[in-house]
Write a protein that binds this ligand. Structure first.
Ligand code: NAD
Length: 457
């Protein structure tokens, strides 16, 4: 596998100070040492980094909450950032050196929690953004975790299974010192799955003994939780069910399109279909398809699982990825990567509701356009918390070495998702703000409260 990996940065560890962390691995340094330094989207600016997006919403909420600058600065940067070098010999016989990151943003409400992403575009700023988003998400869901995220800049989708295993084990060896079932518990994200979590647990176990609660999203035979694989997609559908009556949608008459037919997207589609909704478009990294007659969500998932390309799914028409966003439908579910709905394409979106399965799929500029166009947006910070909620259930089961039925898991997930929707929509009504702004207000407030109670601030 002839992949050119970025030169790694020197490893660093230890608690961060109140100064912003120094960028490594070619990442741009943060503009200023306080939360006031965040770049705001300017006139004509279509693209923002994930970090800019999260910090933009954070800043806006901080202003509304009237949080003093010195306090806001604590949450503006991460508590601890670890960068490691991962040299691995791949099947081309060469040693490829990847960079791995584990970033713990805030742990006031409990152990750090957040996924591990394997993608060539992973960099320290993206991981910082996703780690802070996890802090607000766990708080919005009201599960007793803080926020973290990890990633390796490897092209996992193009690597052999043995190569992904070698990278996973090497990464775990290097970050295990800052992990632990009561410290920091990773989970799957883009290009990582139950198998990757099994390797991580196994590697950790070599040093610490069998510790299933060290990661969540594990396979069922290794104390994984029933319902975890589908949980993020299922959570998106619980959000749809809460919001649908408010905009006059009934599930059986709803049409939807999915951008990113991976774990989150395909499960959301399959569960929407169980309610009677019809999928009229879907995409993944290989391209996009549409069919007004409907694309069977189960058959498409099986087709991809069997090694078929999404664009070769029988009975559908191949379209350009941007045209997917323009399909006329009731609900659009972005479930791929960050920043995919931006100023350049937001105006083409032709749906009534967006449920953000992905993290940071919408830039603030695009968010404004969608708002002006009357689209009801259920933001990432509440829409995709189903995964971390079910990870919490898995962790609870692992700590007790006990197992709940799938029905029990799904029922409990529904209860938490409904509560999160009601908490946030109630706040949105009260303050006359969007669901996104309200979710940040609720999340930040809970983290500040916990930090004060601990005496951190
Ligand atoms: P995944 O790797 O299973 O799926 C990602 C999908 O996106 C793949 O089908 C991939 O082909 C597709 N994709 C990549 N680039 C694309 C592009 N340019 N256009 C269209 N599709 C593209 O990952 P996942 O776990 O489903 O995660 C998807 C998103 O959901 C990410 O933003 C992730 O952070 C977020 N998320 C995941 C979880 C979880 O539990 N897995 C939880 C919360 C949020």
């Amino acid at each position: 596998m002839a992949t050119k990996a970025k030169a790694p940065a020197a490893a660093k560890d230890g608690p961060a100070t109140d100064k912003p962390p120094q960028a490594t691995d070619g990442a741009k340094a943060d503009p200023e040492p306080t939360h006031k330094g965040v770049a705001r989207p300017g006139e004509g600016q279509a693209e923002m980094s994930n970090l800019d997006i999260v910090r933009f919403y954070f800043d806006r909420a901080v202003e509304r909450l009237g949080l003093p600058d010195d306090v806001a600065t604590v949450f503006w940067s991460s508590y601890r950032e670890v960068t490691v070098q991962i040299p691995v010999k791949l099947s081309d016989g060469k040693v490829h050196t990847f960079s791995g990151y584990r970033i713990q943003h805030n742990g006031a409400r409990g152990p750090y929690k957040g996924g591990i992403r394997f993608h060539p575009e992973v960099d320290i700023d993206e991981v910082r953004a996703l780690a802070s988003l996890m802090t607000w998400k766990t708080a919005v869901a009201n599960v007793p975790f803080g926020g973290a995220k990890g990633g390796v800049n490897c092209p996992a989708a193009d690597l052999e299974r043995s190569e992904v295993q070698a990278i996973t084990r090497s990464f775990m060896d290097k970050i295990e010192k800052i992990l632990g079932p009561t410290r920091d518990i990773p989970a799957p994200d883009v290009n990582t799955n139950a198998q990757v979590m099994a390797w991580m647990m196994d590697e950790y176990g070599k040093l610490h003994g069998h510790t299933p609660a060290i990661v969540t999203g594990k396979p069922i035979p290794l104390e994984g939780s029933y319902g975890r694989e589908a949980a993020t997609g299922r959570g998106c559908v619980y959000m749809f069910r809460e919001a649908a009556p408010q905009i006059g949608l009934t599930p059986a008459e709803t049409t939807f399109a999915v951008q990113g037919y991976g774990n989150v997207g395909s499960w959301a589609a399959r569960i929407m279909q169980q309610l009677g909704a019809k999928m009229v478009g879907a995409s993944d990294a290989s391209g996009a398809i549409r069919s007004d007659a409907g694309i069977d969500a189960d058959n498409l998932a099986a087709h991809i699982k069997d090694g078929g390309k999404l664009t070769e799914f029988p009975g559908s028409e191949v379209i350009s990825p941007d045209d997917l966003l323009a399909i006329e439908c009731d609900v659009l579910i972005p479930a791929a990567l960050g920043g995919m709905i931006h100023e350049g394409n937001a105006d083409r979106i032709n749906c009534k509701m967006i449920i953000e399965g992905a993290n940071s799929p919408t830039t603030p500029h695009a968010d404004q356009i969608l708002h002006d166009n009357g689209v009801h947006v259920i933001p990432d910070v509440m829409a995709n918390v189903g995964g971390v909620v079910c990870s919490y259930f898995e962790w609870v089961q692992n700590m007790q070495h006990f197992r709940w039925s799938e029905r029990e898991v799904n029922d409990k997930l529904g209860g938490i998702m409904r509560k999160a929707y009601r908490d946030v929509s109630g706040r949105a009504k009260e303050e006359k703000v969007s669901l996104r702004d309200a979710a940040y207000l609720v999340g930040i407030e809970r983290v500040v409260e916990a930090s004060r109670a601990r005496g951190y601030i």
